[in-house]
Design a protein around this ligand. Structure first.
Ligand code: PDD
Length: 276
């Protein structure tokens, strides 16, 4: 099994320096890209977001998007990955541990590897449950940084409650979930938090907004409250490889009639047609 280390495809072994800033400070950015039938899905969008994240944290990417793209394609084919994900991250590099940025000569460290993962078809068809928890993250959730401790704690709470996701709220306002975006359906229309600094602008979210145009489903990129979430007809979450998962229960509240709703099912189907 091979990985990408800076610009070389090599064996996965002893590549992490203990003073890598990603490791010590979470000082870096990342992407998770779905691979279906041996092909990365929406790779250009993921790399575009990586470039944006890099700019926002003043990290200069050591290689061009074209180079990264061809290296990732190469990695998928060398590892003969059919179904799964590519994980890639770029940290601000390794240097003696001080909080401020290292000397300009210190090069960022890029790594990428692949992991086989089954498609989550069953859960997409059957739905899952979620818990609610306060969003305790910083105010730049639009940047896909390595700092994920609040997300980790939220997800752990979900899993301990037998749920797939933790839906986050800042006071009354629902933002997103620990590792996915959240949509609600009310009277046939979709609502999802606007892509501002409070959420990660998901690539799956973005694609769904496009698909909804095609399906003639109205989408309102507007905030909604916890009460509106619980009163929704349908709720679903979206993320890479999770794709579109209907949420049937949030804490003790059953959503709608407790089965995947018609609008959600149309969106699940339409999303599947992207890679079928
Ligand atoms: N997480 N919001 C958060 C906080 C996320 O971590 C993610 C994805 C999303 C959905 O984004 P996208 O559709 O681009 O995957 C929204 C990835 C999968 C992860 O950290 O594993």
């Amino acid at each position: 099994n091979k990985m990408l280390f800076n610009d070389q495809i090599m064996d996965r072994k002893d590549v992490i320096n203990i003073e890598d800033r990603g490791y010590q400070f979470g000082d870096g950015i990342y992407e998770v890209i779905g691979v279906y039938d041996g092909k990365p899905l929406l790779l250009d969008d993921h790399l575009e977001r990586l470039v944006r994240s890099a700019e926002q944290v003043q990290l200069s990417l050591p290689s061009s998007v074209e180079d990264l793209k061809s290296k990732l394609d190469q990695l998928v084919s060398i590892n003969e990955l059919e179904e799964g994900i590519i994980y890639m991250q770029v940290s601000r590099g390794a240097s003696p541990r001080w909080h401020e940025f290292p000397d300009a000569a210190v090069a960022p460290v890029t790594i990428a590897y692949t992991r086989a993962e089954e498609r989550m078809t069953d859960i997409e068809d059957q739905g899952a449950t979620a818990v609610l928890t306060e969003d305790i993250r910083w105010l730049r959730c639009d940047i896909k940084t390595l700092n994920l401790l609040p997300n980790v704690l939220a997800k752990q709470k979900a899993v301990e409650n037998g749920s797939i996701e933790a839906i986050l709220h800042r006071g009354e306002t629902v933002t997103e979930a620990s590792a996915s975006n959240v949509f609600i359906v009310k009277n046939g229309e979709l609502y999802t938090h606007p892509a501002d600094n409070y959420i990660l602008n998901g690539i799956t979210r973005k694609k769904i907004l496009q698909l909804c145009k095609k399906l003639n489903i109205t989408v309102n990129e507007e905030t909604y409250t916890v009460t509106e979430l619980l009163d929704a007809d349908e709720v679903f979450v979206t993320a890479t490889k999770l794709d579109v998962v209907p949420i049937l229960k949030v804490d003790q509240h059953t959503i709608g009639s407790g089965v995947p709703g018609e609008t959600t099912k149309r969106i699940v189907e339409e999303f599947r047609s992207l890679y079928k």
